[in-house]
Write a protein that binds this ligand. Structure first.
Ligand code: BES
Ligand code: MN
Ligand code: ZN
Length: 474
């Protein structure tokens, strides 16, 4: 799918379909379209569509009217409208489309270009059935109406969508295919395609580094663990931004076994990993002037005779000991060693993303992801990047009172803090390993995938992370 900007009237576009936006109780400039809107009693509800053929005065054979609701146009309605438009464009096998210029409240034209490219390309994602060939959509060219011709925002939107596509694909793959080894192979393939540095640590390497916490999670599984690092270098002399993504390719809970209902969704417990790999893809496509390293601890959490048991005590790479009170709180056990490991990159900042706690869904639902940080400037930057990319985060506290809940009689800490404030105590656990750098944690358990009839990965928080990184390149 290729994007371009064009500076012509909608009537003169000579491709297949022109997409135009209409507001409730506002008359359309083009009288022919206005007549047809009235004839069809089209009400311009956000995301409603009306497909018109052979409209008088138009070179294109079809005009797709999409509702934006009431003025002023807001960003959420614009995304609804674009997503609806994309559905019609693909079901009508459209090859070339023009998207009419539209003003969105609080955002400028460049933003609109970026979001249009991203949403239209992302809406084209289809779940790939196991064994089937990758399907390619029919839509080849999208021209976005504009009076200026700086197309770099289109590249940004399109690259973010490529990153989201990769993240969604990895998330949607079943855990018998998307294993730690598969994630490592994916990273190596990316390294080859974009000339990145890739390093994969094996179980013996991690053992030599003293990663007793990470290995306590993988030891009950037949799948070998991997610690994946992938680096993009776009600037010779600056410290890297480091992203860490939780890569539990299946979370059965281990000996603290999860209930059966909905357990299939624990294949999505590597969506943190998928999102940092996707973000790396987006950044590698755009090549901004900065350095980015992603680190993925990848394991499978299974019950077995040799799995960790509640009450076991392990020593992390940092030297701190942990009493594993619940083997289902495994995300923090792999992240803590990864967070110690990343010190070797001398990071500017470290941001981890993880499907860490069910409690974050109770706190925030599926709308915002949870954000916790040891540095308020970093938290603020992530909140802004979330608003800009419409992939939002909401901050939760990290006070000492919560940290005290991790006390153990048998080790430096337990791996759970009890029923209350589960997302915060999980982050307090991680905070004990991130004292040497600026750090933020995104709990994406509620936002990385959707359940129900439309079950599937969302690609979040690739937009937020990529926007945060692009903001640093300015
Ligand atoms: N991967 C889960 C968190 C999760 C649960 C994400 C449901 C999405 C939906 C994580 O490893 C986990 O099991 N967390 C436990 C922690 C508890 C044992 C302290 C949880 O949230 O129940
Ligand atoms: Mn778990
Ligand atoms: Zn988990």
């Amino acid at each position: 799918m290729e994007f371009s900007l064009i500076n012509t009237q909608i009537q003169k576009f000579d491709g297949d379909t022109v997409v135009v936006f209409s507001n409730s109780e506002v008359t359309f400039n083009d009288v022919n379209i206005q007549q047809l809107i009235e004839l069809n009693h089209f009400e311009s509800k956000p995301g409603a569509t009306l497909l018109l053929s052979l409209v008088q005065g138009f070179k294109a054979s079809k005009v797709l009217v999409v509702g934006l609701g009431d003025l002023p146009n807001n960003a959420k309605n614009y995304i609804k409208a674009l997503t609806a438009a994309s559905g019609i464009l693909s079901s009508t096998k459209t090859k070339s489309a023009m998207v009419a210029q539209v003003d969105i409240e609080n955002f400028d034209e460049s933003w609109t270009h970026k979001v249009s490219a991203r949403v239209l390309k992302d809406a084209d994602y289809e779940i790939q059935q196991v064994g089937a060939q990758e399907k390619t959509g029919t839509l080849e060219n999208i021209a976005i109406q504009s009076t200026h011709n700086d197309a770099h925002e289109l590249l940004q939107g399109s690259s973010i969508a490529s990153g989201m596509k990769l993240a969604r694909h990895l998330g949607d793959l079943p855990s018998n295919i998307c294993t730690p080894t598969y994630l490592a192979q994916t990273a190596q393939d990316l390294a080859k395609e974009f000339d990145l540095e890739c390093e994969i640590l094996e179980e013996s390497d991690m053992s030599a580094l003293g990663m007793g916490s990470l290995l306590s999670v993988s030891k009950g599984s037949i799948e070998p663990p991997k610690l994946i690092s992938l680096s993009y270098k776009g600037d010779a002399n600056s410290k890297p931004i480091v992203l860490v993504g939780k890569g539990v390719t299946f979370d059965s809970g281990g000996i603290s076994l999860k209930p059966g209902a909905g357990m299939d969704e624990m294949k999505y417990d590597m969506c943190g990993a998928a999102s940092v790999i996707g973000t790396m893809r987006a950044i590698a496509e755009m090549k901004p002037k900065l350095n980015l390293t992603i680190v993925v601890p990848a394991v499978e959490n299974m019950p077995a005779h040799n799995a960790s048991k509640p009450g076991d005590v392990v020593t992390s790479m940092s030297g701190q000991t942990i009493e594993i009170l619940n083997t289902d709180a495994e995300g923090r056990l792999i992240l803590c060693d990864a967070l110690t490991y990343v010190e070797k990159f001398n990071p500017e900042v470290v941001i981890d993303t993880a499907t860490l706690t069910g409690a974050v869904i109770v706190a925030l639902g599926k709308h915002h992801c949870g954000l916790m940080a040891n540095d308020q400037d970093l938290a603020n930057d992530l909140i802004s990047a979330g608003k800009e990319s419409l992939d939002t985060a909401w901050q939760l506290p990290l006070d000492d009172e919560y940290d005290e809940l991790l006390k153990s009689n048998f080790a430096d800490m337990g791996n759970i803090g009890g029923r209350e404030a589960g997302s915060v105590t999980a982050a307090c656990f991680l905070a004990r390993y991130t004292k040497n750098y600026r750090w933020a944690h995104l709990d994406i358990a509620g936002t990385a995938w959707v359940s129900g009839a439309k079950k599937g990965a969302t690609g979040r928080p690739v937009p937020l992370l990529t926007q945060y990184i692009l903001d640093r390149a300015k």
